[in-house]
Design a protein around this ligand. Structure first.
Ligand code: HMG
Ligand code: MG
Length: 298
């Protein structure tokens, strides 16, 4: 079966804009977030409190949070890798954070400058303090299916990393196909691995990048397995600056079009969303890669 309703976790302002070659003006980011909220999205991943030299595109995190027009019923999670990031996020009044771990040794090193084991030592006080402050903590697992340096990734390794993040107190796990290589059969195998390990798929979100055009198929496979939270980015913006061959996320419009066809509720006004992505494409100076955006606004 399919879920009655899907929660869309919109990552365009974070995963999308972190990968832009230029830095987008903070005013444009704020208008983007405002328009996404107007379009009915209830979770807007806003930015990251990471080292500004590592991700200069999001170095304006404090300014962004200060300028945010928060809406009732909308949450604005941010990425936080370490205690320094948590201090910054707390000072900015954040209520919802995400820590982000790697399923592979090489990407832990390249993305976090830590070994696989050291990443948990870095996250532990972040999750502990955040929860003591009443914040909600999500855990990402990156490179869940393939890694550009290590090749295919063992599902058992992903389940092990995911369980360690849940044990730190994460309310939800988002499984990332960072470089967009997964196909639906692999997705089913990984989700079955979590179920066998005793993890309720209601706590699992999926995060597909569309490098090989499989993101929507992988999402449908996940929904059929019992997942009901899906990460996507408006207009298909995105990628990851520390992962070779990563392109944009699943486009939110492509997801919404499919959910509409399936009769699954999501709360998003597709025309308003597509108009927002067309506007953002204009700001970035290139067309949206989303087929649905092009079909609706072309
Ligand atoms: P490091 O160099 O090991 O940091 O980087 P450190 O702990 O050694 O500290 C060095 C200096 O940086 C210190 O300053 C710290 O205070 C400062 P000093 O004492 O020398 O003056 N510092 C900071 N400053 C501001 N904010 C901070 C911060 N932390 C330390 N948060 C670190 C380690 C984790 C910081 C670095 O590797 C980093 O920022 N990495 C982030 C990379 C990133 O954002 N990648 C993209 C997001 S992941 C993704 O996109 C995948 C996802 O979408 C899912 C999927 O697709 O699979 C989530
Ligand atoms: Mg991503």
């Amino acid at each position: 079966g399919l879920p009655e309703r899907v929660t869309i976790w919109e990552v365009g302002a974070r995963d999308g804009l972190q990968n832009e070659s230029g830095v987008v003006d903070v005013g444009v980011k704020l208008e983007f977030l405002d328009r996404l909220a107007d379009a009915g999205l209830g979770v807007l991943e806003a930015t990251s409190f990471v080292h500004p030299k590592w991700v200069p595109q999001l170095a304006d995190a404090e300014q962004l949070l200060a300028g945010l027009r928060r809406r009732d019923g909308v949450s604005y999670p941010v990425l936080v890798p370490n205690e320094r990031g948590l201090d910054r996020a707390l000072a900015a009044g954040v209520e919802h954070i995400a820590i982000f771990g790697s399923a592979t040794e090489t990407f832990a090193k390249r993305n976090l400058n830590r070994t696989l084991d050291e990443q948990f030592a870095m996250f532990e006080p972040v999750a502990g303090r955040a929860r003591a402050e009443g914040l909600d903590v999500r855990g990402y697992v990156s490179m869940c299916f393939g890694d550009p340096w290590e090749g295919s990734v063992d599902p058992a390794q992903v389940v092990s990393v995911g369980k360690r993040l849940l044990d730190l107190g994460c309310s939800q796990l988002s499984l990332g196909d960072t470089i967009g290589v997964a196909t639906p059969g692999q997705v089913e195998v990984l989700l079955a691995g979590f179920t066998e390990a005793g993890v309720d798929l209601g706590r699992i979100a999926v995060h597909f990048h569309d490098t090989y055009g499989q993101a929507l198929s992988n999402t449908l496979a996940s929904l059929r397995c019992g997942v009901s939270t899906v990460d996507s980015s408006a207009g298909g913006l995105g990628g990851c600056p520390y992962a070779e061959s990563a392109t944009g996320n699943l486009a939110t419009e492509d997801l919404v079009w499919m959910l509409d066809g399936l009769g699954v509720q999501h709360g998003v006004d597709l025309d308003a969303l597509a108009a927002t992505s067309a506007w953002m494409a204009g700001q970035l100076g290139r067309p949206s890669p989303s087929r649905v955006v092009r079909a609706l606004t072309g």
